[in-house]
Design a protein around this ligand. Structure first.
Ligand code: HMG
Ligand code: MG
Length: 298
């Protein structure tokens, strides 16, 4: 029997803010994470330990991770592309780390400056060091249906990287539709292939909403048994190495949809809406969450 609980991984402080042009003060990031903790998320992706030359917005990673108030029921995660990143995250007490690869060669090169094969070789020592410290490792595969440089990506290419990450020791792989080109059709085809040889509990969906398909894609995933969904408060975000990619699906919209389906998330929607509207106001724009806007004036 499929569980009626869906785990939402809140990626706003990392995926949401990494592409922000204006420097977001460290204290604002800390407040955002603390406010999200109070909404009831089990996992919050707080920051990334990447090169500050590549993503300047994340260079206060250590200060943010050390400045937040932690709840025992929440895991605080960070991206770690290599051993240097892992060491930083471990020192700053990240509860979880994530390695991030891609199903497309060109995107791998643009995003982490190496081929898919080289990336896997770099991830191995990260996973080994994490095991030593008993820190769980999540894997990300980007461009699971389409790549900004190569176009359509085959489910077979995604399957290969996904299984290598799981074999390495990732407890789960999050399937990233980095540029939001997926539809319920392509997501269904992808999951049909992946679920032939992998448990649904090993997979998560990470949808960006560039083409307005994210909620429909998530619904398709839920129908196929996926129970972990990544989303970003107020729909913040985008990837700096995927031009034109817009934010992740908004957490408010995902929670509203899932609760409407009778599924549980453990998240307080009213509180989440106010967190989303407040960070949007701070950034000087309207929330990208339809639910956030609808409930704003209620
Ligand atoms: P590189 O230049 O090939 O690395 O970058 P390198 O090992 O040759 O090192 C070059 C310099 O970077 C050296 O400094 C290193 O010390 C430094 P220098 O001697 O020149 O002063 N360096 C680091 N500094 C801090 N932290 C580190 C680190 N590693 C090396 N961990 C690298 C390779 C991976 C570091 C680089 O390409 C990078 O930082 N890329 C990050 C890109 C990124 O963050 N992208 C966004 C996240 S992924 C995403 O958004 C997709 C996702 O949401 C899923 C989806 O939507 O699909 C996850
Ligand atoms: Mg992303």
């Amino acid at each position: 029997l499929l569980s009626d609980f869906v785990k939402i991984v809140e990626v706003g402080p990392r995926d949401g803010l990494q592409n922000e042009k204006q420097v977001v003060p460290t204290s604002t990031k800390i407040d955002l994470v603390n406010n999200l903790t109070n909404c009831g998320f089990q996992t919050i992706e707080v920051t990334s330990f990447v090169s500050p030359k590549w993503v300047p917005q994340m260079k206060d990673h250590t200060e943010v991770l050390q400045g937040i108030s932690r709840a025992a029921s929440t895991k605080y995660a960070a991206l770690t592309p290599n051993l240097k990143g892992f060491k930083g995250a471990q020192k700053a007490n990240a509860d979880e780390v994530a390695i991030f690869g891609a199903a497309s060669e060109s995107f791998s090169k643009k995003n982490i400056n190496c081929s898919i094969q080289e990336s896997l070789e770099r991830f191995l020592p990260v996973v080994e060091a994490a095991k030593e410290h008993q820190i769980p490792v999540r894997g990300y595969v980007s461009c699971v249906v389409g790549c900004p440089y190569e176009g359509i990506v085959s489910p077979q290419a995604v399957l290969e990287v996904t299984e290598k990450m799981l074999d390495m020791g990732c407890y789960e792989v999050s399937l990233g539709d980095t540029i939001g080109v997926g539809t319920p059709g392509s997501i269904r085809n992808l999951l049909d292939v992946l679920l032939k040889s992998n448990e649904s509990s090993k997979l998560a969906l990470h949808c960006h909403d560039t083409y307005g398909q994210a909620l429909a894609n998530i619904l398709m995933g839920i129908t196929q048994g996926i129970r972990t969904i990544d989303s970003s408060v107020a729909g913040l975000g985008g990837c700096p190495y995927a031009a034109g990619a817009s934010g992740n699906v908004a957490s408010e919209d995902v929670v509203y949809m899932l609760h409407g389906m009778g599924l549980k998330t453990g998240i307080d929607l009213d509180q989440l809406v106010s967190v989303g509207n407040n960070i949007s106001t701070f950034l000087g724009r309207k929330s990208e969450s339809k639910v956030g806007r609808a409930l704003q004036n209620k």
